[in-house]
Design a protein around this ligand. Structure first.
Ligand SMILES: *Cc1c(COP(=O)(O)O)cnc(C)c1O
Length: 367
C-alpha cells in the first residue's frame, strides 16, 4: 500500500534527536557556558584574522579538495596529504563513514557512554548501533571485541571519550584492532587528543599509517577554539579516503573555515597556551569538586564528569537548576544514560572558581 504521506527510511524515527548543551540562562546577565567543551581561550588571533580576511572574497566556490589545508595538516603531523579528508566538523566525517560503509541491517559497535553521534548516524542509515557496557566509565576492550559479529561494519572509539573524559592506553587500542576482521573499520575519534598528558596514550596516527581498516578523526572545535567554524579532518587508508571523497559534498568546507584552520594549526604557541591552561585547571577543578564530596570521574580531557547523590534536593537536576539560576551552564548527560551526573568544561579561572564555590553553596544548603 502507498503511504498517505512521505515516510523516512527505517531507523530515522528511532533517533532521539541530539540535545546540544544549553547556551542561555533566562533572566541572567552574565553567562558562564561550560556545556560544550569549547576552549576558554578561544581561537588563535591569527586564525580569527584569517577568517575575517576571507570575507573580502566570498563569491567564489572553495577549493573542493581543500588542498592547502590538507598540505598544512600533513606538514604539521608528518602525514601524506592524500590520505586526509576534511569535513564540516568531525561530525561530517563520522556521518560520511557510516554513509559509505553501513547498509540496512549492518551493525556498528560503540561503548556505553560513547559519543551519541555514533548511534544517531548509524540509525540514520538504517544500521543497528550495538551498545557495549563499560567498566568504571571506561571503554572495555574485551567487551567491544565480543560484540563484533559478521554484520559489524564499524567500531567507534572516542579516545579520550566524551562525556566521561576517560581514555584507553594505546596498547589496548592495538589489541582491539588486532581482534577485528579486516573488513571492519576501527574509527578512532581523537577530538581531545591534544589535551592528554599520559605516556601510554597515542592518538592513532601510527596505527592508521600501518593498517587498511583504521581511521582517525580530529576536530578544530576543541583545542583550536573554532567550534563555530565547523572544521575537522580524518586520516585514513587510501581506499577509505577514496570512498569518502566520492560521497562527500563537493564543497563541504567553506573558505573562511579553511583559512582559519590553516592559521590555527600553525600557531603552536596558542595551542601550547591552551594545553597549559588545561594542565593547570583540570586538576584544580577535579580536586576541588572531590573535596566537596562529589565523585569525579578521572579525566584526561578538557572537561570533567561529576556524579551527584540521588538524594531529593541534591540531585544532578537540582544542581543544574541551582547553577543555571546563577548563569553557570553545565551539561546534563541523561541522554547518555547518566541522569545523576553533570559534565563541566574547564573554563577560565573565574568560571572554574565560581563553579566550585556555587556547588559548595548548593551542597551545603538544606535540601
Ligand atoms: C566535540 C566532539 C567531536 C567534534 O565534533 P565537531 O563536529 O568537530 O565539532 C567529535 N567527537 C567527540 C567525541 C566530541 O566530543
Amino acid at each position: 500500500m502507498t503511504a498517505n504521506r512521505p515516510t523516512p527510511r527505517p531507523g530515522v524515527l528511532d533517533i532521539a534527536p541530539y540535545v546540544p548543551g544549553k547556551s542561555t540562562a533566562p533572566g541572567v546577565d552574565k553567562i558562564y557556558k561550560l556545556s560544550s567543551n569549547e576552549s576558554p581561550l578561544g581561537p588563535s588571533p591569527k586564525a580569527a584574522a584569517a577568517y575575517q580576511a576571507a570575507a573580502g572574497k566570498l563569491e567564489d566556490y572553495p577549493d573542493g579538495a581543500a588542498t592547502e589545508l590538507r598540505q598544512t595538516i600533513g606538514r604539521t603531523f608528518g602525514l601524506d596529504p592524500d590520505r586526509i579528508v576534511c569535513g564540516a566538523g568531525s561530525d561530517d566525517l563520522l556521518n560520511l563513514l557510516v554513509h559509505a560503509y553501513v547498509q540496512d541491517g549492518d551493525e556498528t559497535v560503540y561503548s556505553e557512554f560513547g559519543f551519541l553521534m555514533y548511534p544517531i548516524y548509524t540509525l540514520g542509515h538504517g544500521g543497528k548501533p550495538v551498545k557495549v557496557p563499560e567498566k568504571d566509565h571506561t571503554l572495555d576492550v574485551d567487551a567491544m571485541i565480543a560484540a563484533v559479529t559478521p554484520r559489524t561494519r564499524i567500531v567507534f572509539v572516542a579516545n579520550p571519550n566524551n562525556p566521561t573524559g576517560t581514555y584507553v592506553p594505546f596498547d589496548e587500542i592495538k589489541r582491539l584492532h588486532a581482534a577485528l576482521p579486516p573488513n571492519v573499520i576501527l574509527v578512532i575519534d581523537a577530538a581531545y587528543a591534544e589535551y592528554v598528558q599520559r605516556n601510554d596514550y597515542e592518538s592513532g596516527i601510527e596505527l592508521v599509517a600501518t593498517s587498511e581498516n583504521v581511521v582517525m578523526c580530529r576536530t578544530y572545535s576543541k583545542i583550536h577554539g573554532l567550534a563555530a567554524v565547523r572544521l575537522g579532518w580524518l586520516y585514513g587508508p587510501a581506499s577509505i579516503v577514496d570512498a569518502l571523497n566520492r560521497v562527500r559534498s563537493p564543497f563541504n568546507v567553506s573558505v573562511p573555515a579553511m583559512k582559519a584552520g590553516i592559521a590555527a594549526i600553525q600557531d603552536a604557541a596558542h595551542i601550547e597556551k591552551s594545553v597549559a591552561h588545561n594542565n593547570k585547571w583540570l586538576p584544580f577543578v577535579s580536586e576541588e569538586l572531590s573535596k566537596l564530596g562529589l565523585k569525579v570521574t578521572p579525566s584526561v580531557a578538557n572537561f570533567v564528569l561529576m556524579h551527584f547523590p540521588e538524594t531529593a534536593g541534591k540531585s544532578a537536576s537540582d544542581a543544574d537548576a541551582f547553577l543555571t539560576k546563577r548563569g553557570i551552564i553545565l551539561r546534563r548527560v541523561g541522554g547518555y544514560g547518566l541522569p545523576n551526573a553533570l559534565r563541566m568544561t574547564i573554563g577560565d579561572e573565574e568560571a572554574n572558581k565560581l563553579v566550585v564555590a556555587t556547588l559548595k553553596e548548593f551542597l551545603g544548603s538544606k535540601a
